[in-house]
Design a protein around this ligand. Structure first.
Ligand SMILES: [Zn+2]
Length: 447
C-alpha cells in the first residue's frame, strides 16, 4: 500500500520511504549515511595523523565540507586528504601562494575534479581566511603575477622580476604593479622587435594603433605613464641608453564626476529615512551616500556591540605608497537625528536575526552578512548586487556603488570647500578634484 507522508527531515511529501522506520526520503537517507561515515572518519582519522598542524588542517577541512550537501566524491576526497596529510608534512600556510603550491602537489597524487569536488587545500584556505590567518582569496595577487609573467618572453623575465621588486620596495600596491606590467606586456605583444630597441616613433605608432583599435584616451594616457616609468627604470639600470617615451606628449583626458541628480538624491534620502523601508537596504545606502563607504569598507567592516549601541570597525590593511589613513578606524554613529537612530536599531535587529541563522566556526561580526550558509566577507560582486537591489527599491533604478559614492563627495563638497571629505578618509588630492571637476548626471542606460 502506498502512503503519502512527509519526510521527517526535509518535509517533502513522499510516495515511498527509503527508510520507513525513520520516515526519511531517499535523499535525506543517503545524506544521513554520508554524514555518519564522515563522523566515523573524523573519529578514527585524527589519530592517524601524527603532525599536530596537519590534524588541525584536516579538522578544518571536515568543518568546511560538513556545512554543505555531502556527495560521495567529497567523502572520497576526505579519505584522500587523510592519506595525504598522514604522509606529508605541511609547512604553515601564511600565503595563498603556499596553498596553491600544496594544491598542485595534491593534484599530482589524487584526483581533483573542479566543479565536482574542488581542491581540499583551497577549502582549507577559505577556512584560514575566516580565521583571518590568510587574506581573502580575491585579494591575493600571486596568481595574477604568475599569469602575467607567463606571457613575457623568457629572456625578459629576469629584468621584469627585478622591476617588480623595485616597485614592491617602493610600497606600490600589487594591483598597481600588475596593471603596469600588463601595459608593458601589451607593448611587447604588439611589437615585432624586442621592446628595448623601440624608438620614439615606434612608441608614437603604438599609441596611434591603440586609438585606432578603440582604446580610450584614458587608456593611452595610462599606457604612456606605465611605459615611461618602465623605460626610465631600464635606463637607470643601463639596459637601454634612452627612454623612448621622453618627449611624447599625451593629452590627459579631462575628468568628470558622475553623480546622481537632485531629484534622485531626494528620493534616496526619503527611502533611507522611511521607517518602513528594508533596514538593511536603507542602512547600506546611508553608509555610502552619507558616510562615503567603499565596496571594500562594506565587505570587511565589522560591528562591535556595547550597551545596545553599535560601532563599525573599518578594516585596516597595508597601505600603498601615497595613501594614508585620514579616517577613524572606529565609527560611532550619532543618536540624532531620530530617524537615523531608529534606522540603526532596525538594522541591528535584522542583523542579529540573520547572524543567528548562519553557520559560524569563529565569531566574525561582519557588518554585511551573506544570506546563506556561513559568515564570511562579501565579494565586490555581491556588494554591487546588494546596492542594485537597494537602489531599485528606493528609486527603481540600478545605480552603481561608485556613482553613489561620488554623489556623497558631491553633497559634502557643495556645502563647503571639500575639506570635509578628508574626514571620510579620502586623500587630499582626490578631494581637490571635487572643487573643480565638472559634474555630469548619472543616466541609466535603459533611460
Ligand atoms: Zn527528505
Amino acid at each position: 500500500m502506498k502512503m503519502m507522508l512527509k519526510c521527517s527531515s526535509c518535509q517533502k511529501g513522499l510516495v515511498k520511504f527509503s527508510n520507513s522506520k525513520l520516515c526519511l526520503c531517499h535523499e535525506c537517507y543517503m545524506q544521513n549515511r554520508l554524514k555518519k561515515r564522515l563522523n566515523e572518519l573524523e573519529g578514527t582519522s585524527l589519530a592517524q595523523i601524527t603532525v599536530e598542524y596537519n590534524q588541525y588542517l584536516f579538522r578544518m577541512y571536515l568543518q568546511y565540507i560538513n556545512r554543505y550537501y555531502l556527495k560521495y566524491p567529497i567523502l572520497k576526497q576526505a579519505e584522500d586528504l587523510l592519506i595525504y596529510l598522514t604522509e606529508n608534512r605541511i609547512a604553515p600556510f601564511t600565503t595563498w601562494e603556499k596553498i596553491y603550491h600544496e594544491s598542485r602537489l595534491f593534484g599530482q597524487q589524487h584526483k581533483v575534479v573542479m566543479g565536482l569536488t574542488g581542491c581540499p587545500f583551497i577549502k582549507i584556505g577559505k577556512m584560514l581566511n575566516e580565521l583571518e590567518v590568510l587574506p581573502p582569496k580575491s585579494e591575493d595577487c600571486s596568481q595574477y603575477y604568475i599569469r602575467v609573467l607567463k606571457r613575457f618572453p623568457l629572456e625578459k623575465l629576469e629584468a621584469i622580476e627585478r622591476f617588480i621588486l623595485f616597485k614592491k620596495n617602493k610600497n606600490i600596491l600589487d594591483k598597481t604593479i600588475i596593471l603596469r606590467l600588463e601595459f608593458i606586456l601589451y607593448l611587447q605583444l604588439w611589437s615585432t622587435i624586442d621592446i628595448y630597441f623601440l624608438n620614439t616613433t615606434d612608441i608614437q605608432n603604438y599609441y596611434i594603433f591603440l586609438k585606432d583599435n578603440g582604446h580610450s584616451q584614458h587608456y593611452v594616457s595610462q599606457s604612456h605613464s606605465s611605459l615611461s616609468e618602465f623605460f626610465n627604470w631600464c635606463k637607470f639600470e643601463k639596459i637601454i641608453f634612452l627612454n623612448p617615451c621622453i618627449g611624447i606628449k599625451i593629452k590627459r583626458p579631462t575628468g568628470q564626476i558622475t553623480v546622481c541628480d537632485e531629484n534622485t538624491v531626494k528620493k534616496l534620502m526619503s527611502f533611507i529615512k522611511n521607517p518602513k523601508s528594508d533596514p538593511e537596504q536603507a542602512f547600506l545606502l546611508a553608509l555610502i551616500l552619507i558616510w562615503g563607504f567603499k565596496s571594500e569598507d562594506l565587505s570587511f567592516s565589522k560591528i562591535e556591540i556595547k550597551d545596545n549601541t553599535f560601532k563599525i570597525v573599518i578594516r585596516r590593511k597595508k597601505l600603498g605608497a601615497v595613501k594614508y589613513y585620514n579616517r577613524n578606524q572606529v565609527l560611532e554613529f550619532p543618536k540624532d537625528p531620530k530617524w537615523f537612530y531608529t534606522l540603526q536599531k532596525r538594522f541591528y535587529k535584522k542583523w542579529l536575526a540573520q547572524y543567528g541563522q548562519l553557520h559560524k566556526s569563529y565569531p566574525n561580526y561582519y557588518l554585511m552578512l551573506p544570506r546563506y550558509r556561513s559568515v564570511q566577507s562579501l565579494t565586490d560582486g555581491t556588494i554591487q548586487a546588494r546596492v542594485y537591489e537597494a537602489t531599485m527599491a528606493a528609486v527603481n533604478e540600478k545605480i552603481p556603488p561608485k556613482v553613489l559614492r561620488k554623489t556623497c563627495g558631491n553633497l559634502h563638497s557643495s556645502s563647503s570647500d571639500a575639506s570635509l571629505l578628508s574626514a571620510l578618509g579620502w586623500s587630499s588630492e582626490y578631494c581637490f578634484r571635487y572643487t573643480w571637476l565638472p559634474r555630469i548626471y548619472f543616466k541609466n542606460s535603459k533611460n
